[in-house]
Design a protein around this ligand. Sequence first.
Ligand SMILES: Nc1ncnc2c1ncn2[C@@H]1O[C@H](COP(=O)(O)OP(=O)(O)OP(=O)(O)O)[C@@H](O)[C@H]1O
Length: 308
Amino acid sequence: MALLELNDLRVHYPVRGGFFQRVVDQVKAVDGVSISIEAGQTYGLVGESGCGKTTTGRTIIGLNKLTSGQILFKGKDLAALSRNNRHPLRRDIQMIFQDPYSSLNPRKRVLDVIAEPLRNFERLSSEEERRKVQTLLEKVGLNADAAYKYPHEFSGGQRQRIGIARALTLNPKLIIADEPVSALDVSVQAQVLNFMKDVQREFNLTYLFISHDLGIIRHMCDQIGIMYRGRLVEQGSEQDIYEHPQHLYTQRLIATIPNIDPAKRLENAQKRRTLLSSYKTELPKHLDENGKPFVLKAVSPSHQVALP
Ligand SMILES: Nc1ncnc2c1ncn2[C@@H]1O[C@H](COP(=O)(O)OP(=O)(O)OP(=O)(O)O)[C@@H](O)[C@H]1O
């Protein structure tokens, strides 16, 4: 049995207009999405901005209401369960948000940020809570003292680790990661992604990984779904999607990937930086001495030509 199954999920937002603010139209943000995710796997949901990825994730976690369809988690239909029966299942699904700069409350200490889900589900003494938070901080590679600091005292990558620690507090089975690295510098992206893979192994997690970046999706995911205007146009294994894309939209998306391996991308960015710092670019002139158009050329410091 799959850990999570979406059956014909639809989420439509009403568009209101006119003097009486009547519903005049619907935005079909998610329009008939069916997905099945096996325990321990990473399912990547990819597509351009506005195609409905975030709405799908938020609906699974209960932040949005579904219009129709089923969300089966461990075989139970979340929408059909009473609040009381749904509550214990909710703790098994957590979310990592896109922007670690805005998703952590700046007025709360890291201890309170990470302990918040615990306080909703468990009654721990403050000593037990502190110990649990500090163990988690160490697991995500931060110092236990970080518990007494505020989010602004950390870098973007460290903040995303705090977001990951927060998602792990209740030992969830499924984590929905919505663009977890898109707000981070490319050099930090690879670290956080690899760290998420380590955490997945250690905690036996299943990920629904949402991204618009096919390079990152390839690095992270076993199964991939391509979304376009609220619908899934193609689903398959990582190899199916990248080696044999069937749908024209998938083929176009793949053709636009600049460099699909994030580790390679980082290596290339570093190479580019080194090259730029050791080379100076001579400014172009319009014509050379023979009257031919001047070609822009890079010259090493030892061969620099003094510009007139
Ligand atoms: N609360 C809302 N009310 C009305 N329309 C909404 C609402 N939230 C999202 N939408 C619309 O639903 C569609 C899907 O939005 P969604 O945020 O799910 O897309 P996305 O693929 O996650 O995009 P991005 O990558 O830019 O976050 C968009 O057209 C968006 O404008």
